[in-house]
Design a protein around this ligand. Structure first.
Ligand code: NAD
Length: 476
């Protein structure tokens, strides 16, 4: 069978890629089969998508919020009905397991449900008689055209961190998914069309760096929601800000999990290995460093090794990714780390769970985002020492503590410099009604994804101060 070529979806129509577009293959990381060809949209195609979104904006913003969310109710049902097909697509192009794919869709659906509460969340506030005969009101209005740029590792959930809120607030969207996982985005787009999202309200545009840059440079784009690696997040934030756009850019991570000696031994090991090796470590909330405090060292090293050996081997997204992970491990070993379980040496893009002990706290393995199934183990004498390690890191996406002590948990919550904190949890992913609060090098911007932050991000505030003629002449 011929390899299908993917199309953009602009102004309600699927459009064949323009003749001057380049293409990339979309590959199944587990089998290395080529699934499709994805176009890299040139600047004039980007402009066409933005113009379609701009043309759809006036009618969409006029629709009352209660009417706008009707397509989100249908989208929730469509996602439930289409869950298995979408999950199978995620498995084929992203390489995660079927259960992991199903779980990410569930987390995405939560955001659709939360955005259905927009009529309430969009409310402003009002003060009567702020001065004699004068009333003051704050209202929220949509921005206009919003760009949404997403990474490969959660091809359904991450677009749904943004899309439902952006359109429920009355904006129109150009959605640029990862070029590595465009098939899931196409399926999402079809579900949105089937749910009655009107033509031009969400436009699907394929591409990579140059496509994103054309989006950032176009004057009609008012705001950018981005998720990806920190280097790119920083660049996107700087370029958007220089053009006067609002931006929320989520970056990479290096998540530390601190284990105290009083922690539940088997539960901690299970949760920690699921966090480190689930989704093959390609998760921005994956545990990447385990810090054994004091006597936890004796059991944690042994138990983690046993659990790591039992993990099934999975695939990482590209062969370049595999080479990068292998070279980071080699570098760490040169710096003195001891490989306890070594996941290198599998065929194709397969990579097994890897555990390294005696990792240098200032070395490559402790400081670099690896984004593969690799857990580094370090040791600390006290909780204070462990927190000091967490706080010197350049990233701040997540930090977790395993303990039975309420006092230790309180100290950790209070002092750890990361935006998402887990207590006896390995993946501290906020529910849709809470913001996803990366800190430091894991986030560039101020308003986060999800929940109330999303409403603040996707709307402009307007304050109306009013006085009426009858009151002008009245004496108060
Ligand atoms: P990536 O940075 O390579 O790509 C992300 C998006 O940016 C893609 O759509 C890509 O086409 C585009 N892009 C790539 N280079 C660009 C450039 N120079 N200029 C403009 N756009 C560019 O990320 P990835 O490999 O797809 O995803 C993995 C990364 O994403 C990891 O670092 C991971 O930690 C991070 N991530 C973070 C979160 C979070 O919530 N903080 C969530 C998921 C993934």
């Amino acid at each position: 069978m011929a390899t299908p070529t993917l199309a953009n979806h602009i102004a309600g129509a699927w459009s064949v890629p323009p003749p001057d577009a380049d293409f990339l293959p979309v590959t199944d990381p587990a089998t290395l089969n080529v699934l499709a060809r994805v176009p890299l949209s040139p600047a004039h195609e980007v402009a066409r998508a933005i113009e379609a979104a701009a043309a759809a904006f006036p009618a969409w913003r006029e629709l009352p919020a209660g009417d706008r969310i009707q397509c989100l109710f249908r989208l929730k049902s469509a996602l439930e009905a289409g869950l298995e097909e979408l999950a199978a697509t995620i498995v084929s192009e992203c390489g995660k397991t079927l259960d992991e794919a199903r779980a990410e869709i569930r987390r995405g659906i939560e955001n659709v449900e939360t955005a259905c509460g927009i009529p309430l969340m969009l409310q402003g506030h009002h003060s009567e008689n702020v001065a004699p005969g004068i009333d003051e009101t704050m209202i929220r209005q949509p921005l206009g055209v919003v760009a949404i740029v997403t990474p490969f590792n959660f091809p359904a959930m991450i677009p749904l961190w943004f899309l439902p809120y952006a359109i429920a607030c009355g904006n129109t969207v150009v959605f640029k998914p990862s070029e590595k996982t465009p098939l899931s985005a196409e399926r999402l787009q079809r579900l949105m069309i089937a749910s009655g999202v009107p033509p031009g309200v969400v436009n699907l545009l394929h591409g990579e760096r140059s496509t994103v840059e054309a989006l950032l440079d176009h004057p009609a784009v008012r705001a950018v929601s981005f998720v990806g690696s920190s280097a790119v997040a920083r660049q996107v934030y700087a370029r958007a800000a220089a053009a006067g756009k609002r931006a929320q850019c989520q970056g990479g991570a290096k998540n530390a999990v601190v284990v105290l000696a009083d922690a539940d031994q088997s539960g901690t090991t299970q949760v920690l290995t699921d966090s480190a090796y689930g989704c093959n470590g390609q998760r921005c909330l994956a545990a990447s460093i385990a810090i054994a405090v004091g006597d936890a060292r004796a059991w944690l090293t042994k138990d983690l090794a046993t659990a790591a050996r039992q993990r099934p081997v999975g695939a990482v997204i590209t062969s370049q990714s595999k080479q990068r992970i292998e070279s980071l491990i080699a570098q760490g070993i040169t710096e003195g780390a001891r490989p306890v379980v070594d996941g290198r040496g599998h065929p194709g893009q397969q990579f097994g769970a890897t555990l390294l002990d005696e990792v240098r706290t200032d070395g490559t393995l402790a400081q670099t985002e690896i984004f593969g199934p690799v857990l580094s183990l370090i040791h600390a004498a006290t909780l204070e020492e462990a927190i000091a390690f967490v706080n010197q890191q350049s990233y701040g996406n997540m930090a977790c503590l395993f303990t039975r002590s309420g006092a230790a948990a309180r100290q950790f919550k209070h002092e750890a410099q990361a935006g998402n904190i887990g207590i006896n949890l390995g993946v501290a992913a906020p529910m849709a009604q809470f913001p996803f609060t990366g800190w430091k090098g894991s986030f560039f911007g101020d308003l986060h994804a999800q929940g109330r932050d999303a409403i603040e991000f996707y709307t402009d505030k307007k304050v109306v101060i009013e006085r009426w003629p009858q009151t002008l002449s009245r004496k108060f």
